[in-house]
Design a protein around this ligand. Sequence first.
Ligand code: 5GP
Ligand code: MN
Length: 341
Amino acid sequence: MHIAQTKIEELKSLLSAPRSIVILSHTNPDGDAIGSSLAWAELLKKQGHNVTCILPNRYPYYLEFMPNIKSIVIFKDDKEGRAEAAVKGADIIFCLDFHTLTRLDHLGDLIDENQHAKRVLIDHHLDPSEDFDLMISYPEASSTCYLVALLVEQLVGEEHISRDMAENMFVGMMTDTGNFAFSSVTPDVFRMVSVLAAKGIDIPAIHNHVYNSFTEGRARLFGYVINRKMKIFHNGTVAHMSLTEDELRRFWFQQGDSEGFVNYPLTIKKMKMSAMFTQHTDFIRVSLRSRGDIDVNIFAQRYFNGGGHKNAAGGKSFVSMEETLKHFEKCVKEYAKDGML
Ligand code: 5GP
Ligand code: MN
């Protein structure tokens, strides 16, 4: 894959003098959001820019190993106003791994206050909004980290990829492709993995950090939700699971503990679509996954005010858990009637 040369030239001209730069990524940040932000920040810092990475809320504990992650300002916990000062003073705001400012929650309001900064999107989600001055949007890319690696290559050359940058980008490339297993994986993704591996990153150690560093509570919560909460319907092809605040407390829930649960029902042969509903204080978080041609991006847009990718999408629900599950089952029926399932 190649980033269009016109985009590279535009980016070069934006970065031709030292700038004050803010890098943002989405709420409930994942490996791709964090990895791409940190790698991009490191490159820009080395080019002489003043860079601040901001996330709307905290990252999961098992990603704490990622190089330089402590340098990220968490907007929700930011009592000293570092995020506000950085956003107000920014010449350029980079938006990584999301496609609409609504994915920033309250941090989005702060961005709207700075109307003079250039907004640059670097992302791989479908249907980006019109909020950006420069759009480096490639929905066919398997991760934003892969896009950032391509950008670095095309802007300054791969010799500018440090070991830390390689490690951060590898995390996002690995997690967003389900360990290089999804259909979005191309030969060029493996070429890029080879470039990163040559920087001396410890791939087995990264794998262990990301996939084998959970709490006991998470393991027990997983067993509980699969055994007790998974409902399979629509002739064995659709599953849903849910977790209330009470249930989360019972298993000493920490942020990130339920990541990935939604994928598990798809290990059943007949399964086409899986949904996970997790109660938060003001809303229910909706996570959707599908196999093959079944499009959960459209499903999320149509029924849960969300979006994402064809096989992995999400949204929010603002009614009770009981009503949300009823709504989901009704939507599945309707979607099937429309020939979408
Ligand atoms: P996850 O289930 O891992 O939270 O999210 C899967 C994908 O769905 C993410 O890549 C993200 O782009 C998308 N997504 C999740 N929640 C939302 C949401 O509330 N709004 C939109 N537009 N997309 C979402
Ligand atoms: Mn991503």
